[in-house]
Design a protein around this ligand. Structure first.
Ligand SMILES: [Zn+2]
Length: 377
């Protein structure tokens, strides 16, 4: 079965290459902002929005007169940025549509201009991309060294595009490939997974996956670095230095969180045939301030996203139980309902059959039981 997948790895660039990447990111940002503005103007004037192809033609004409500096970068960078602008509008209209139908709770989010202040950004290239053992060759940029050897696929993979991005002074490349993958027959058990704040996940077989809580542990440091930054004068060299330190701290937190989630989701998708999770209303839960930080830290939505795509690779199924099912309040042995159960009650005690069990494993067992009656993702 052909599957789409992305591989992201860090680049080891020299100064010349960094300059070239910055130029490309700059051109992409310029094209994106220019495209958004052109779309707005055209929409206000005519009620129609020009497509990415129209805009690319227009931009190419401008290159000859007003934007000669754009010849220094691959034509893909602005072209793909215009496609992104197109996609941003399409997503915006989709959300407007859903909102009207009452199926969207969040804000509709009008596409915003990209600012250099938010980081150097990224750019996407297509065309002649070649991957070596420790290098990647990109249009215009030539051969770039990779920090990790052998991670990017060199065989049996069709490369669709490569996205280069900067984060806290580090450069990464993400390669989108289409790969032929033989999906194994997964003969593992059915498992219910209760996602939590105290423990990252509790499985119905009794396994508890601890939560690294990277943000909480580093929060003090982040607060200190943040304060240090705001004390420095705006626009000063010292402020930039402090911002870099803070960015580095955030990057480490994000990396650690991603790492843990990837380990857990891969293990589940590989070893279990059916994984039952609860459809947590993450957006609603995030409004509760006390839970907010911890939940954002655990990354529930990201957990589900990873699990869903990995299940396809490893031949397992993800089943989502409606959030209205009483998974915590219900006895996993006899079905008795404890209507008085609150978030503070960490132990479930059944008045029907006398079962005493921690709250989370009880919920996980209920999820496992609901596997047959619920829908796949
Ligand atoms: Zn019971």
């Amino acid at each position: 079965m052909p599957i789409l997948r992305a591989y992201r790895t860090e680049l080891a660039l020299n100064h010349q290459q960094i300059t070239a990447c910055k130029q490309h990111a700059g051109a992409a940002r310029y094209a994106y902002n220019w495209g958004l503005r052109r779309k707005q103007e055209a929409y206000n004037a005519t009620g129609k929005s020009p497509s990415a192809i129209d805009l690319h033609r227009e931009l190419n004409a401008l290159k000859k007169t007003e934007l000669p500096w754009m010849y220094a970068v691959s034509k893909c960078a602005p072209q793909e940025a215009l496609r992104n602008a197109d996609a941003a509008y399409a997503q915006y209209f989709r959300r407007c549509h859903l909102k009207k139908a009452g199926q969207w709770q969040g804000t509709v989010g009008y596409p915003r201009f990209k600012s250099k202040k938010k980081g150097l950004g990224s750019f996407r290239l297509t065309g002649a991309i070649h991957v070596g053992a420790a290098t990647i060759q990109l249009p215009r940029l030539g051969r770039l060294r990779l920090k990790e050897r052998g991670y990017l696929p060199t065989a049996n993979a069709q490369i669709l595009s490569a996205t280069v991005s900067e984060q806290a002074g580090h450069w990464y490349v993400s390669v989108q490939v289409e790969q032929e993958q033989v999906v194994p027959v997964n003969t593992g058990p059915v498992v219910g997974v209760d996602l939590g704040v105290k423990a990252l996940a509790t499985l119905s077989d009794g396994t508890v996956i601890a939560n690294p809580k990277p943000l909480k542990r580093r929060l003090k440091k982040v607060k200190r670095l943040h304060n240090a930054m705001t004390r420095k004068q705006k626009g000063s060299h010292n402020r930039k230095k402090a911002a870099r330190k803070l960015g580095k701290q955030y990057r480490q937190i994000a990396n650690q969180r991603q790492n843990t989630l990837h380990q857990v989701t891969t293990r589940l998708a590989k070893t279990k045939a059916v994984i039952v999770i609860e459809d947590l209303h993450v957006a609603g839960m995030l409004k509760n301030y006390h839970l907010a930080q911890a939940i954002a830290d655990v990354g529930f939505a990201e957990f589900r996203r990873q699990l869903t795509y990995k299940a396809v690779w490893y031949g397992s199924r993800v089943v989502v139980v409606s959030r209205w099912e009483p998974t915590s309040k219900c006895c996993s042995r006899c079905g008795w309902l404890d209507d008085d159960l609150t978030l503070a009650d960490r132990v479930f005690q059944c008045a029907g059959c006398g079962l005493t069990l921690d709250r989370d494993p009880n919920a996980a067992r209920n999820l496992e039981r609901l596997a047959a009656s619920s829908a796949d993702t």
